[in-house]
Each structure stands twice: as structure tokens, then as C-alpha cells.
Design a protein around this ligand. Structure first.
Ligand code: URA
Length: 428
């Protein structure tokens, strides 16, 4: 690999130039090896945030991050593979019903997931609310489960895109997380290295999402779809609303319960709608667009795969889910219509109740979280329960209630149009 000088690369991007493939390969590799210092990569990340990167630069940056680690290979499987990635939202438990549903339709789902940090929960934290369930699998165990059961949700090993791990931690403390080429390459390097054949991106838009505006979310979606396409992964994105939290629960065990309701043929309408829409996209990407996932949800096949998927990772699908030691009810302040329930307020409340972690590696409570008993558009009556807060540590209620202050509106006389769950679609 040709050697460059870190200052030369920083100055080029600072002055608005396009980086060459050779400069990108070198700087990502040298940073991963510790040859380019954190302060130099910070300056480069800031220059990228301010001046951007074009499609070719971003594709090369992504390829360089993939090349920093291992790549999974599912070519020995008898079925096609498809995966989903969500940019993160409050109450976003969709992976839980989606992975077994798509597997029940004949497409294998290798989902390497992370843990939550901040106000959006992590899929692994949710599944760990199931007694016995184990997130860490060896590559062999993962392949065997994909062959036998068809769906795996497990922890991503540290071997995938280690350059991203280092760079993401640096961006977190240097005000450079928000650069769209860096977000897109971060997400896509991990997903492409994971080796899936088709990928569906759920890009969240709204107060509870990373991307607050539709235009920013659309740009991120287009960038990621282009990266996937350039890498030979059939990629599409749905833009979905995240100003109101998804479903009726946020919190690990609470979200497992709601997901099981969806697999049993019930559950909140928005969760069912989004699960089916993402499943259709995944099946189409994997060449099974003729299969209707609604059938597998209705006839119990998705539930059967869920039970096998949980059991294969030592979880007991029949064990009762943990319940919190304490609950606190927030009552509706007046008769009327719930016209707003803010996703960020609910996410922060769930986090403060113990459902999420403040620092990497901290533990989470399996039963903590928030349940809401009405969704925007629903009529409520004064004094009736609007929200129930759950935690094992009652001294957490005060801070959670603070984050909910101003987080919802009940209006006496209101006409209300329920917002669409799916706001847009981006395909190559
Ligand atoms: N998630 C990621 O994995 N990377 C980012 O940069 C942002 C969100």
C-alpha cells in the first residue's frame, strides 16, 4: 500500500479536494494500526463533516473499513440471506418479530446486532430479558443456527470493521458523529462485512431519531443505498416516522412481550405494518418477492421459528418475562385526545428508569421501561392511566418524570390525523 502523510490528507480535505483511493486506503489502515494519531483523525473527520465526501470517496472509505477486519461468508447456506438495519428509534423492537418471520418465508436472516447506548435500546439488551438467552455465538454456531433455524440475532464479534469501532468512538467525543458520509460508511461497513446478500435499511425520521428532518434522512438513505449497491448487496431503504415511539412499549422485557404479541397475530398496528413492510422488502431483495409474509404471521409459522431461535441460543421461550419491582402511573390530565407523544421524551424516560445504559459496558434492567396506554389520535379520560413507568429502583421515577414533562399533549377538542408510519422509500 502506498504511504502518505497524515497532514497531506487532512490538508487536502480541509481545502475541499476529493481524496484519492490511495490516500483513503492508507489513512484508514494507518489509523487502525495506530500510526495516524487520534488528533489527526479528529481533524480529518471534522474536515469531512464540513466539506463532505463524494460517492466514490465514500465507497472507498467503506471498503477500507471493511478491509480492516474479517468478512463473513454465507455462500455455503442453502437459502438466500437478507438482513435489516435500523438507524435506531424508541420502541423499535421490529427485529424481534421480523427475523423469525422472514426466516419462516425461506430466507435466512443473519443479524449481527449491538447493545443500546443512549435513549434507543439495543436489540441484544431486549433479547437478554429472556431467561437464559445468550448473545455471543461462535461463527460455527451462527452458521449452524442459520442452516437449522434460519434466523440468528447475536453479538457482532470485534473482528468486523475494527476501523469503524475506533473511529466511531473518536467521532463520539469530537463532535463529528453527524457527518452523513461517516455515518453511512460506519453502518454499511459493518453490514457489508456481515456478508448478507440483501439489505433493507429502516431510516428513522423525527424527534426520537438520529435524523430529525426528512431531507437529512433521505440523504443518508440515498448514500447508504449507493454504498450497498456499489458493494454488490441488494439494498433498499424505507424512511419511517420516529416522532412518536413505535408500538406501546419501550424497555427490554416490555418490548419482547409486545413482539411475542405480534408473532401471535396481535400487537399494535404500526408494529405489524412496519414488520410486514420490511419483511416484504427483505424477501424481494432475496428473490422471494412472491411470498406473502402476512400468511406466515397469521398461521403461526413465524412464532414457531421465534421459539426455535430463542431456544437455540439457550433462552426459554416459555419462561415468564421479568417484571419490575415498582410501577408508577401517569394519568391523563383531562378528557380529550392525545395529540402528541414525543419519542425522545419516552426514550429518555425509559433510559432513566434503567432500560438503557449511560456508559459502555454498564448493565441494564430487563424489566425497566415505559408503557403507554394510548397512541396519538386516541381519546383519553381524565384520571385514567396514560403511561405506566416500570423500574426496580423507585428513586429513578423523579428523573424519568422530568423527561416526560412537556412530552405529551392532551387536547380537549381536537381533530387529529394519525401520521403515516412509512414516509418514503429509496431504491438504487
Ligand atoms: N450507527 C453506527 O453504527 N454508526 C454511526 O456512525 C451512527 C450510527
Amino acid at each position: 500500500m502506498a504511504a502518505h502523510d497524515a497532514v497531506e490528507v487532512i490538508v487536502a480535505k480541509r481545502d475541499g479536494q476529493e481524496l484519492t483511493a490511495s490516500q483513503i486506503d492508507w489513512v484508514v489502515d494507518a489509523y487502525t494500526r495506530g500510526e495516524v494519531a487520534d488528533e489527526q483523525m479528529s481533524a480529518l473527520a471534522m474536515a469531512i463533516l464540513l466539506n463532505g465526501m463524494g460517492r466514490e470517496e465514500t465507497s472507498r472509505w467503506t471498503a477500507a473499513m471493511i478491509a480492516s477486519g474479517e468478512r463473513m461468508d454465507f455462500s455455503t447456506l442453502s437459502r438466500p440471506t437478507a438482513d435489516k438495519h435500523s438507524t435506531g428509534g424508541v420502541g423499535d423492537k421490529i427485529t424481534l418479530p421480523l427475523a423469525p418471520l422472514v426466516a419462516a418465508c425461506g430466507v435466512a436472516v443473519p443479524q449481527l446486532s449491538g447493545r443500546g447506548l443512549g435513549h434507543t435500546g439495543g436489540t441484544l439488551d431486549k433479547l437478554e430479558a429472556i431467561p437464559g438467552w445468550r448473545a455471543s455465538l461462535s461463527n460455527e454456531e451462527m452458521l449452524r443456527q442459520l442452516d437449522d433455524v434460519g434466523a440468528v440475532v447475536c453479538a457482532a464479534g470485534s473482528g468486523l470493521a475494527p476501523a469503524d469501532k475506533k473511529l466511531y468512538a473518536l467521532r463520539d467525543v469530537t463532535g463529528t458523529v453527524e457527518a452523513i458520509p461517516l455515518i453511512a460508511s460506519s453502518i454499511m461497513s459493518k453490514k457489508i462485512a456481515e456478508g448478507t446478500g440483501a439489505l433493507v435499511l429502516d431510516v428513522k425520521v423525527g424527534t426520537g431519531a438520529f435524523m430529525k428532518s426528512y431531507d437529512d434522512a433521505h440523504e443518508l438513505a440515498e448514500t447508504m443505498v449507493a454504498l450497498g449497491t456499489d458493494a454488490g448487496v441488494r439494498t433498499v431503504a424505507l424512511l419511517t416516522q420516529m416522532s412518536t415511539p413505535l408500538g406501546l412499549t419501550a424497555g427490554n422485557g416490555l418490548e419482547v412481550r409486545e413482539s411475542v404479541e405480534v408473532l401471535a397475530g396481535g400487537g399494535p398496528d404500526d408494529v405489524v405494518e412496519l414488520t410486514l413492510a420490511l419483511a416484504r422488502e427483505m424477501l424481494a431483495g432475496a428473490g422471494r418477492g412472491d411470498v406473502d409474509p402476512a400468511d406466515a404471521l397469521a398461521d403461526g409459522r413465524a412464532m414457531d421459528v421465534w421459539r426455535r431461535m430463542v431456544a437455540a441460543q439457550d433462552g426459554d421461550p416459555d419462561a415468564p418475562l421479568p417484571t419490575a419491582r415498582e410501577t408508577h402511573v401517569v394519568a391523563a390530565p383531562r378528557d380529550g385526545v392525545l395529540t402528541r407523544l414525543d419519542a425522545m421524551a419516552v426514550g429518555l424516560a425509559a433510559w432513566r428508569l434503567g432500560a438503557g445504559r449511560a456508559t459502555q459496558g454498564a448493565s441494564v434492567q430487563a424489566a425497566a421501561g415505559v408503557e403507554w396506554h394510548a397512541r396519538p389520535g386516541d381519546a383519553v379520560r381524565e384520571g385514567e392511566a396514560l403511561l405506566t413507568l416500570h423500574t426496580d429502583e423507585p428513586d429513578r421515577f423523579a428523573r424519568a418524570l422530568e423527561s416526560l414533562d412537556g412530552g405529551f399533549d392532551v387536547e380537549a377538542e381536537a381533530s387529529y390525523d394519525v401520521p403515516e408510519t412509512i414516509l418514503g422509500r429509496v431504491a438504487p
